[in-house]
Every structure is written in structure tokens, then in C-alpha cells.
Design a protein around this ligand. Structure first.
Ligand code: IMP
Ligand code: MG
Length: 175
């Protein structure tokens, strides 16, 4: 059976929700500057769209952490493939992620970043699968809570494919 994608969250709904998150973040951080940290590669589409909708001053940095192979199952192994360019000292840091699943990646990452002396640190994720949590992670901003299904699009991949879909979908027909 060929792989097909079933739409879970439409492009319109994703865009509307990112607008709401941008507005809320702009209000919550009013009078300050927010330092967005993108977790590559999945977080990049969401972070760019979110950044465009934030109306307070924004700076950005990128890092790459992985806990997944090419399949759909967590390996439990987390590695930093690319570290941040800038220090977090005294900054209001907002980590931007595509999805929180088991929470393994984020709990590890947030612990490392916290040691770098940010003034504050919060997490903004486009998607959350709370049922799948193994490690507790505090999520301050969340786009959508979704059921325990493997999703693609808006940065999320299945074996590196489908990141460019402008909506969130579920892959069907995978053997
Ligand atoms: P966690 O450590 O299990 O919370 O998830 C780490 C990473 O797994 C996420 O940042 C994603 O890159 C990937 N991931 C988890 N669930 C999905 C999914 O449904 N689709 C695509 N990637 C996923
Ligand atoms: Mg990710």
C-alpha cells in the first residue's frame, strides 16, 4: 500500500493558532526582548512563522539535538549535533520545538540550557502528545494537544520526508 497523508490540523488552523501564540508571547514578554531557540530541524518552520507574529524585539539561535533514528520509534539516545552560537547569560529564552512526545529530548535539553544562566527559560511547542510522556516537561505555550499518532508536516518528518507540508498530517499505509 502506498503512503498517503491524512490531514490532522489544516494549514488554516495551524496559521491561526501560531498567530494566537505570537500575540500571547508578545503580551507576556512586553517591554522585554525574547531569545528564541530553534531545535533543528523540526522546529524551523514553526519558529520562523512564530517569530514573524511576535511584535516585541526577537533574537534567534539554532541548535540540533536528536533522539530519533529514521523510523518512528525513540532510540532514547540524545545527542547534540550542533550547539548554539551565542551565550544564554541573562536572556529571556524561549525554546521552540515542533513536538513534545516522550519528553526525553526536551528534559535533557532544558537541563543543559538552564545551566547556562538564562534570566528565564520557557518552552513553546507546536504539538504535544501528553499521553506519550515518559519524562516530565513543563510546556508554557502549546499549539495543539494531539492523540498518540505519528504526525508529519510543518517541520516534522517521516524518514526525512514531508517536512515541507504546510499542514499537520498522519502518515497512512506504512508497513
Ligand atoms: P521526544 O524526545 O520523544 O519527546 O521526541 C523527540 C523528537 O522526536 C521530536 O522533537 C521530533 O523530532 C520526534 N518526534 C516525536 N514524535 C513525532 C511524530 O509524531 N512525528 C515526527 N517526529 C516526531
Ligand atoms: Mg524536534
Amino acid at each position: 500500500m502506498a503512503e498517503t497523508i491524512k490531514v490532522l490540523v489544516s494549514e488554516e488552523d495551524v496559521n491561526r493558532r501560531i498567530g494566537e501564540l505570537g500575540k500571547k508571547i508578545s503580551e507576556d514578554y512586553a517591554g522585554r526582548q525574547v531569545h528564541l531557540i530553534c531545535v533543528l530541524k523540526g522546529g524551523v518552520f514553526f519558529m520562523c512563522e512564530l517569530a514573524k507574529r511576535i511584535t516585541i524585539p526577537v533574537t534567534m539561535d539554532f541548535m540540533s539535538v536528536s533522539s530519533y533514528g529514521d523510523g518512528t520509534a525513540s532510540s532514547g539516545v540524545v545527542k547534540i549535533a550542533k550547539d548554539l552560537d551565542e551565550s544564554l547569560e541573562g536572556k529571556d529564552v524561549l525554546v521552540v520545538e515542533d513536538i513534545v512526545d516522550s519528553g526525553r529530548t526536551l528534559s535533557y535539553l532544558l537541563e543543559i540550557l538552564q545551566k547556562r544562566g538564562p534570566k528565564s527559560m520557557k518552552l513553546c511547542t507546536l504539538l504535544d502528545k501528553p499521553e506519550r510522556r515518559v519524562k516530565p516537561v513543563e510546556v508554557q505555550y502549546c499549539g495543539f494537544n494531539i492523540p498518540d499518532e505519528f504526525v508529519v508536516g510543518y517541520g516534522l518528518d517521516y524518514a526525512q520526508k514531508y517536512r515541507n507540508l504546510p499542514y499537520i498530517g498522519v502518515v497512512e499505509g506504512v508497513e
